[in-house]
Design a protein around this ligand. Structure first.
Ligand code: SAM
Length: 253
């Protein structure tokens, strides 16, 4: 693992997800089709109430993968658009739409340059999508541009604590800090993916730069009965003691 700017994260992440899409959907497709659920533990949206009632709202999912989240929202009456830069993932999204009997637009583009109209969405969201794999300034400025005034940006991602405790040698999250908190930004994991993590102060200042104000930060705590297809991501005992995932909620002023 190295941290520091590489500059070509979009290309590298696209290549990774195009190559990995079939394996990813084979491993996680069943969990992902359980409905509107957050993160590796599949915590139901109805338990955390992050998005609220989305019926008749314009909703954009950035980094939709197989679009299982948007399919669940569209079934309940949201007007969804799913965006992903991986053609491999979007092929699965089209199959998932067909299986579910639900259709809405799927856009192949990067979350850093979204080819959609200003102020055309009530909600922009993702679950381990664009706000994990894009430069935060570029992704947050795009979300702010796309949201209507008062609109909600919500995204789930790995906590910085999870990242700092990730032991690259054993590929496990440990009870020890493996890297510094200050200076966190771009991480190259050596597996073909590049992702981004900011300190808490840096996230709040990033939202503020683009006219968003923080509403909440929901730290996900898996119930003791939770199961996951993402077993290598975190040990359940670790996740029961420290937050491995968190959902930011910010509103356009
Ligand atoms: C971990 S997967 C999550 C997908 C989906 N949200 C889910 O829960 O299954 C990350 C997704 O982000 C997409 N992604 C990565 N970088 C992106 C970018 N710059 N623009 C759009 N999508 C991106 C990948 O192609 C991949 O589909």
């Amino acid at each position: 693992m190295t941290s520091g700017a590489t500059g070509d994260h979009e290309r590298r992440n696209r290549r990774f997800w195009d190559t990995d899409a079939d394996d990813y959907q084979a491993a996680h497709g069943e969990q992902l089709t359980r409905g509107a659920t957050w993160g590796v533990w599949g915590i139901p949206e109805s338990d955390v109430g992050v998005l609220g009632d989305t019926r008749a709202l314009d909703v954009l999912e950035l980094g939709c993968g197989g679009a299982q989240w948007s399919i669940a929202l569209a079934r309940d009456g949201a007007r969804c658009i799913g965006l992903d830069q991986s053609r491999g993932q979007l092929r699965h999204a089209r199959h998932a739409q067909r299986d579910a009997g639900v259709t809405f637009p799927l856009v192949c583009a990067s979350g850093e340059a979204v080819p959609l109209t200003d102020e055309s969405f009530d909600i922009v969201f993702c679950d381990h999508g664009v706000f994990s794999f894009c430069d935060p300034d570029r992704a947050v400025s795009e979300a702010a541009r796309l949201l209507r005034p008062g609109g909600l940006l919500a995204f789930n991602h790995s906590t910085l604590l999870h990242t700092l405790c990730w032991d690259a040698k054993t590929e496990k999250v440990r009870k020890k800090l493996h890297r510094p908190y200050f200076g966190a930004r771009e991480f190259d994991w050596g597996d073909g993916t590049v992702d981004f993590h900011l300190t808490y102060g840096d996230w709040i200042r990033c939202f503020s730069r683009y006219g968003l104000a923080v509403d909440d930060l929901v730290e996900l705590e898996p119930p003791s009965t939770a199961t996951t297809t993402y077993g290598s991501y975190v040990d359940p005992k670790w996740a029961a003691r420290w937050p491995a995932e968190e959902i930011w909620k910010a509103r356009k002023r």
